[in-house]
Design a protein around this ligand. Structure first.
Ligand code: BMA
Length: 336
């Protein structure tokens, strides 16, 4: 069993505590980024981290006192202690002219052939998937928005398939979306998207993911398939509850689900996950992986207020997914 990526020996890591059950365990210093980490930042959560030049860099979802979300670059030597740029990313178009998103949230960052692509939920007559590329995390050049409104949770795969890019997304509505499945689309140029396929839907035989699901961090290439962490949502009399699930997608045709665990692998249980601007939210957006040790660190937003870290290993999460795999009962099985 192998992680296909590169080594990342300096990534954050904590061994599984003896008294912990389940396939994923939390960092004891959580939340690693508090609610007000620097002046002007009122909330910071649902953010993306990648290794960069021997250290770590991230694109963070930040809300200032206007509460309109924007994206901001953060820097860290160890992946846990972060300092943030003073203001939002100043996106430009391909001519270099400013192209500010009306709002921007829930970023993912993926490196493909040395270029870092940012996917986020952008304003385009309602939410849809914005795309930008950078090589230095200083100049961010926007590409065409990938999809029509309304769409969220755009997640690119970290490699091309016979020259085609592939991206997961979750068609939605303009509000808090009480439905939603994960779809996949492909593109030869990151501009024209098509060949849309259904990947997986909410699962009505379980309750934690019976309302909607959405892709999380960029899928991780492993010898067992693409490892996908995602969020699964249920409704309670006090609102939505966001947990984290895990699945394995086919390496060559990732619209095919090989295994999907019926149990959540992390659900809101700690004070920083259960209490915050939006209670009961675990929203994973990024991972760091070390192919030598099989270690995986998962960055997630906690209660729409802070950034937290959790850990697993390749062996541990694959065993969990396979052990708890059963055919799920999806509501929408029409079409492909
Ligand atoms: C979703 C997004 C996320 C957020 C979640 C829970 O619709 O807005 O940014 O974490 O709701 O509030």
């Amino acid at each position: 069993m192998k992680l296909v990526g590169t080594s990342c020996t300096n990534m954050p890591w904590q061994a599984k505590p003896a008294n912990t059950f389940g396939p994923v365990w939390r960092d004891v210093d959580n939340p690693i980024i508090p609610r007000n980490p620097s002046p002007g930042i009122k909330r910071i959560f649902n953010s993306a981290v990648v290794p960069f030049e021997g250290a770590f860099i991230g694109v963070f979802r930040v809300e200032d006192a206007t509460t309109r979300p924007h994206l901001r670059v953060g820097h860290s030597e160890n992946g846990k202690d972060w300092r943030f740029d003073d203001g939002p990313i100043q996106f430009v178009d391909e001519t270099g002219a400013p192209w500010p998103p009306g709002y921007a949230y829930d970023p993912r960052v993926v490196a493909i052939d040395g270029v870092y692509y940012v996917q986020w939920c952008t304003e385009f007559h309602g939410p849809t998937i914005g795309l930008a590329k950078t090589t230095d995390f200083k100049t961010f050049t926007r590409l065409e928005n990938a999809f029509l409104p309304f769409n969220r949770n755009g997640v690119l795969f970290p490699k091309t398939f016979a020259g085609k890019y592939k991206m997961l997304s979750r068609p939605s509505d303009n509000g808090h979306t009480p439905f939603g499945d994960i779809f996949i689309s492909e593109s030869p140029d990151l501009i024209h998207w098509g060949k849309h396929r259904h990947v997986m839907g909410r699962d009505t035989s379980t309750w934690w993911q019976n309302t909607k699901i959405g892709g999380g961090p960029a899928p991780i290439e492993t010898s067992e398939g693409w490892l996908l962490f995602y969020h699964g949502v249920t409704q309670t009399c006090n609102g939505f509850v966001y947990s984290m699930g895990a699945a394995l997608l086919d390496l060559d045709e990732p619209s095919k689900v090989l295994y999907r665990a019926k149990q959540f692998c992390l659900t809101p249980e700690t004070p920083y996950e259960e209490v915050g601007f939006v209670p009961n939210v675990i929203f994973p957006c990024a991972t760091l992986c070390d192919n030598e040790t099989g270690r995986i660190a998962i960055y997630y937003g906690a209660a729409d207020s802070t950034v937290a870290l959790a850990y697993t290993t390749l062996e541990c999460i694959i065993a969990f997914i396979k052990e708890h795999h059963e055919t799920v009962k999806e509501e929408h099985l029409l079409g492909r």
